[in-house]
Write a protein that binds this ligand. Structure first.
Ligand SMILES: [Fe+2]
Length: 248
C-alpha cells in the first residue's frame, strides 16, 4: 500500500479540535479564521506545486504536491499551543514526533516510508516565515530578539537540526531555517500570497502582516513587526522567483 495523506476535511477537524482544546491559553481564538487560513495555505501550496510541475516537468522530483498540502495545513499549528514566536519549531517538531501517529497526517506504506515522508513535511516548516531571524541567525541563540522565550525552544531546535539532516552532521541554522529548497520556497510562497484565501502579491501580504503586528491591539507584537520589515527583501525574492516559474 502506498502512502496516503490526511484529507482536507480531516485536517480541518484536527485544527478545529486543537484550537478548541487550547483556547484558554489565549493564543488562537475559537472561530473559523485560523483554521481557514491553514486549509487555504495547503490548497494554494498544492495548486502552485502542480502548476510548476505542469510547466516544468523536470522539477517534479523536487516537489510533492501532497506533502506541500499537508505542510500548509500544519504550518501554523505551533501557534495554538505556544503562540507566534518560534511557532515553526513547535509545529515541525510535533510533526516529526506525531505525524504518522497521533496527528494522522500520513498512513499506509512501510514504517520507513512514513518516517521519511513525515521528515520531508517537517523540513518544509522551519523556513516558513521569520524563524531564521527569530533564532538570532548565525548567532543562535544569543542574538535572538526574543531572549525570554528562546530557552523553551533550543532543545527542539537542536533535535530538528540533527533529525532533519540528511547526513550525520546537524543542519546549520541557515540550512534549518532559510528557504533553500524549491519545496520550501513553494511552502513560503503559499503562506505569503494567501490573504483571506485570496491570492495576492507577496508584497501585499507582507504589508498586511507588518500592519497587523505593528498596530496596538489584539495581535500587537513590536518585535515581530520589526522582523517582518527585516525579512521583506528575502521573501520578495522568493515571491518573484516562484512567480517567474509559474508565468514562464
Ligand atoms: Fe500562516
Amino acid at each position: 500500500m502506498s502512502i496516503s495523506f490526511i484529507t482536507e476535511d480531516s485536517a480541518r477537524q484536527l485544527i478545529d479540535e486543537n484550537v478548541a482544546r487550547h483556547v484558554s491559553k489565549g493564543f488562537i481564538k475559537a472561530g473559523k479564521g485560523f483554521t481557514q487560513h491553514c486549509i487555504d495555505t495547503g490548497r494554494i501550496a498544492y495548486e502552485v506545486a502542480n502548476r510548476i510541475i505542469k510547466k516544468h516537468p523536470s522539477l517534479a522530483r523536487h516537489l510533492n504536491p501532497d506533502e506541500l498540502r499537508v505542510e500548509g495545513y500544519m504550518h501554523d499549528f505551533g501557534k495554538i499551543l505556544e503562540g507566534v514566536e518560534f511557532h515553526e519549531v513547535g509545529a515541525s517538531h510535533q510533526i516529526l514526533r506525531q505525524g504518522s501517529g497521533e496527528l494522522g497526517l500520513v498512513a499506509g506504506g512501510s514504517e520507513f516510508e512514513r518516517g521519511a515522508t513525515v521528515k520531508r513535511i517537517a523540513s518544509l516548516i522551519p523556513p516558513d516565515f521569520a524563524l531564521y531571524e527569530s533564532l538570532g541567525g548565525r548567532e543562535f541563540p544569543e542574538n535572538s530578539p526574543f531572549p525570554d522565550k528562546i530557552g523553551a525552544f533550543t532543545e527542539r531546535v537542536d533535535e530538528l537540526r540533527k533529525e532533519l539532516s540528511p547526513s550525520n552532521t546537524p543542519l546549520s541554522i541557515e540550512e534549518l531555517a532559510l528557504p533553500l529548497t524549491l519545496a520550501q520556497q513553494v511552502a513560503l510562497y503559499a503562506d505569503l500570497t494567501n490573504l483571506g484565501g485570496n491570492i495576492v502579491p507577496v508584497r501585499d501580504r507582507i504589508n498586511e502582516i507588518e500592519t497587523r503586528y505593528g498596530t496596538p491591539g489584539e495581535f500587537y507584537n513590536k518585535t515581530y513587526s520589526t522582523l517582518t520589515r527585516k525579512i521583506r527583501p528575502r521573501v520578495l525574492v522568493v515571491g518573484s522567483f516562484i512567480d517567474s516559474l509559474l508565468n514562464a
